[in-house]
Design a protein around this ligand. Structure first.
Ligand code: AMP
Length: 604
């Protein structure tokens, strides 16, 4: 038997949600539905977005209301119009097999007369943002005297946004004996207070521990200098070719500047903030939802309630002022059982804030390193190779061109053709990242201490001691090396003491390591004609590979910014390589990049 039927949901509704792909109830649905179906409790649900809470309250509501009657019986209040539309849409989907079910969305920024008309026709469920709801109540255009259920969704957000008074006024027009169901991602004192104020002995349900973020989210932070933030951010994006992300900024201006700089640099990005007209916001959200937009740059307020599945990364370009907001931001990824990454790009002074957030979410962050230019090129190359391998071939369409294509390639063998296809895009990236500097800032506060502990008192302010040289070796963690293994391997092969080795940066298919200047030749000699599992092991001066990393020897340009670097106002920081939007390119997520840019130009 369908598990939703077991929970007490009727066939009509179960059929509708089965079509939406709901096979099993989520934990909150499993626990909340039986309680709410009784219709006799006030209820407090402490749950993150993405846990299935809309159905947790929506399905019982549909069971409890009398759809033969045409007056408002349930009122759902939520903080933003996006969430309002999302909930309305979800409820309409769940109730599509119920006769005469009328659900209306009431929110600001859209025609009030349409909303009034729908209300007049008769509705059972009103889903509303507080401001517009109050406006309609003040016009005496709605009668809530027979409301049996009020849902306060994302209650913490509504309070953050200053809706307390509006909510008080709205609820004063509903009957005393109604039941109130409150959902909140966090439980600050203010939410506790309103729970007390509006409810009697509520049934409380906590999914996970209080204020804890979704367990499927990995939290990472990168430490960079303020001026490198934009460049570092782009590296992270480039290192994740399939990213579908939301990037949070602190202000509307920052949001717009970052989005514009990204578009200029050839990325598929757009901004969402409160200064856009409703139409513009709708258009951005539509493109994002349809995945025609890869990066949504948003303010906290604008992004509230965004429910888009498959968001791979949330990037905190700036940390939120309110720590509680971090939970909301990161909750935009890892929805409906998926996994996701929440990234914070910070400067060393903000480490304290990361520790505070860790305490609030009850999870640790991983300190991550901004990928080197070399890392990015490698990742992009294999991203491309993977794409070529898996591309869906339209046999019918391509067939007519094949003879001519074959003819063009007749003088090249398979290997040569593969090389050229790969080089077509790879060359652009190589050019772009030539001499890319190391963007990781030294975290003077704690990590230097950690490094000292690990490898002795060797590192100066920059983290690299001046009488050390940084070398590259073409073996890394994918070859099953740990840093300890690598240390042993280098010592054995070169016949040098471990004391001569400094910092070891173990990467995927390669490693950077430091050795004392006087043993560099010994190491190079030691690795002459060494094989590792059939592969020739190569040692090179790191300066020749990544153009950065702080070694004092064997590096040209000494940490300066090579050709193609420029400082730029937009985005407030250092840019790498200028515009790289030349060809169809790695960035071409949707095939619509050019259109996006011209549309954007018109808009601003
Ligand atoms: P919510 O927390 O209500 O915003 O839901 C997050 C996402 O999970 C939405 O896209 C829902 O459609 C989806 N969802 C909710 N319940 C289920 C379920 N039982 N099975 C599969 N997906 C679900």
């Amino acid at each position: 038997m369908n598990p939703f039927l077991n929970l007490g949901i009727r066939h009509d509704i179960v059929n509708a949600i089965t079509e939406l792909g709901f096979e099993n109830p989520t934990p909150i649905q499993e626990q909340a539905i039986p309680v709410l179906l009784s219709g006799s409790n006030d209820f407090v649900g402490l749950a993150q977005t993405g846990t299935g809470k809309t159905a947790a309250f929506g399905l019982p509501l549909l069971e409890l209301l009398d759809f033969t009657k045409n007056y408002p019986q349930a009122l759902i209040l939520c903080p933003t119009r996006e969430l309002c539309l999302q909930i309305t849409n979800d409820l309409k989907n769940y109730s599509k097999n119920i006769d005469n079910a009328h659900i209306v969305a009431v929110y600001g920024g859209a025609s009030i007369s349409d909303q009034l008309r729908q209300i007049k026709k008769g509705v059972q469920i009103v889903v509303a943002t507080p401001g517009r709801m109050l406006d309609i109540i003040n016009r005496k255009a709605i009668n809530f005297s027979q409301v049996s259920y009020v849902v306060l969704d994302e209650a913490d957000e509504m309070l953050n946004m200053g809706f307390q008074e509006d909510i008080d006024q709205i609820l004063s027009t509903t009957p005393e004996e109604k039941k109130t169901w409150l959902f909140s991602a966090t439980m600050p004192a203010e939410v506790r207070r309103i729970a007390k104020k509006y409810m009697e002995n509520p049934f409380e349900l906590t999914m996970g521990t209080k204020n804890t973020g979704n367990a499927n989210i990995e939290h990472e932070y990168y430490v960079v200098k303020a001026r490198d933030k934009y460049a570092a951010f782009k590296r992270i994006v480039d290192f994740n070719p399939e990213i579908f992300g939301i990037v949070f900024c602190r202000t509307k201006i920052e949001t717009q500047e970052i989005a514009e700089a990204l578009v200029k640099d050839g990325y598929n990005a757009d901004s969402l903030h409160g200064d856009l007209s409703q139409q513009q916001r709708d258009r951005v959200m539509k493109r994002y939802r349809e995945k025609n937009l890869q990066l949504l740059i948003a303010t906290d307020v604008a992004a509230r309630g965004i429910d888009v599945n498959n968001v791979t990364h949330v990037i905190n370009y700036s940390l939120p002022d309110e720590i509680e907001n971090y939970t909301h931001r990161s909750g935009r990824t890892a929805r409906a059982g998926k996994t996701g990454v929440s990234i914070a790009i910070i400067n060393a002074k903000e480490l304290g804030k990361i520790r505070q957030i860790e305490r609030v979410i009850g999870k640790s962050f991983t300190k991550a390193e901004i990928p080197t230019g070399f890392d990015v090129c490698e990742k992009q190359l294999f991203g491309l190779i993977h794409k070529v391998h898996n591309v869906a071939v339209n046999e019918e369409q391509i067939e007519q061109y094949l003879p001519r294509i074959m003819d063009e390639f007749k003088d090249l063998d398979k290997e040569e053709i593969i090389k050229r296809f790969a080089s077509l895009e790879f060359n652009r990236f190589l050019e772009y990242y030539r001499n890319a500097p190391d963007l990781n800032a030294n975290t003077d506060y704690e990590d230097r201490g950690r490094e000292r502990g690990e490898r002795g008192e060797r590192f100066g302010r920059t983290g690299y001691k001046s009488d050390y040289t940084r070398l590259f070796i073409n073996l890394g963690s994918v070859d099953d090396f740990t840093r300890g293994d690598m240390l042993g391997f280098i010592c054995n092969q070169s016949k040098i003491s471990g004391k001569s080795i400094g910092k070891i940066d173990l990467k995927g298919v390669y490693t950077f390591f430091e050795v004392e200047n006087e043993v560099v030749d010994k190491v190079q000699q030691g690795f002459k004609s060494v094989d590792f599992q059939g592969r020739n092991v190569r040692i090179e001066l790191a300066g020749d590979r990544d153009g950065g990393g702080g070694s004092s020897r064997g590096r040209s340009g000494g940490g300066g910014f090579g050709g193609g670097k420029r400082r730029d106002q937009a985005g407030g920081g250092r840019r790498e390589g200028g515009n790289r939007s030349g060809g169809g390119g790695f960035r071409d997520f949707s095939g619509k990049r050019r259109e996006d840019r011209s549309e954007k130009r018109k808009r601003y």
